[in-house]
Design a protein around this ligand. Structure first.
Ligand code: CA
Length: 222
């Protein structure tokens, strides 16, 4: 899952980015409202974390413009302000949730996960396809009860496939949701990683779950 973080305070941005990466998210950052809006328009993010007080364009305006352009990605607003008026303004401009700085990182992560779950329609944090299980909280992956060790990128790739079970996932979709901006989707890196994941989740098992759809991409299904 790929997240855009729009935050101008470098210390806070670095802290949030590091925590999100540890929790297996792909993170792009923007340090002003205009760059944030631009990135949000050209990339299909799974969540946007938006500070309110930003240079060039404030978070409320960015959020309003996104909604006016029919970009309905979930938005989590961050602000140092704690007045009821700001919370209401944030939510009225189309944000989905609101968090006041300073916040406990665990609460922040729980809100991030909840917003992404709502978007993908998953109520549980444990994804299951046949005997394959992925726990989004502990990041453990098992097949037939056997624990599988995946690298950071393999995990993000598998999670995306599992969130889209029974749906053809194109290389473009994978490039957009599993890799950072500026990633060249025409390289064969995606196919290489699919093979890594296959070797771990399918190779030693009778039933194959990841299937190649010729000319289209991949599908994970029973
Ligand atoms: Ca700020």
């Amino acid at each position: 899952m790929r997240i855009l973080l729009v935050e101008d305070e470098k210390r806070i941005a670095d802290f949030i980015k590091r925590g999100l990466k540890e929790d297996k998210y792909v993170v792009d950052t923007a340090c002003d409202g205009e760059k944030g809006l631009y990135l949000a328009e050209i990339n299909p993010y799974d969540l946007i974390i938006l500070d309110i007080m930003l240079p060039l364009k404030d978070g409320i305006t960015v959020c309003k413009e996104l909604r006016n352009k029919q970009i309905d990605v979930p938005v989590l607003m961050l602000t140092a302000k704690d007045s009821v008026g700001d919370k209401v303004r944030g939510l009225n401009c189309g944000a989905d949730d609101y968090l006041t700085k300073p916040f406990a990182f665990e609460e922040f992560l729980a809100r991030v996960r909840a917003l992404i779950r709502r978007k993908t329609g998953n109520k549980s944090t444990v994804l299951k396809v046949a005997d394959l299980q992925l726990d989004q909280l502990t990041h453990q992956v098992t097949r037939a009860g056997k624990q599988l060790m995946l690298t950071h990128k393999e995990y993000i790739l598998l999670e995306y496939l599992m969130l889209n079970t029974n749906t053809v996932v194109t290389r473009t979709m994978l490039a957009e949701h599993v890799w950072h901006e500026n990633f060249d989707s025409f390289t064969n890196v995606i196919d290489v990683y699919i093979n890594y994941v296959r070797n771990k989740i399918d190779k030693d098992f009778k039933k194959q779950l990841i299937h190649t759809v010729r000319g289209a991409g991949y599908i994970l299904k029973e």
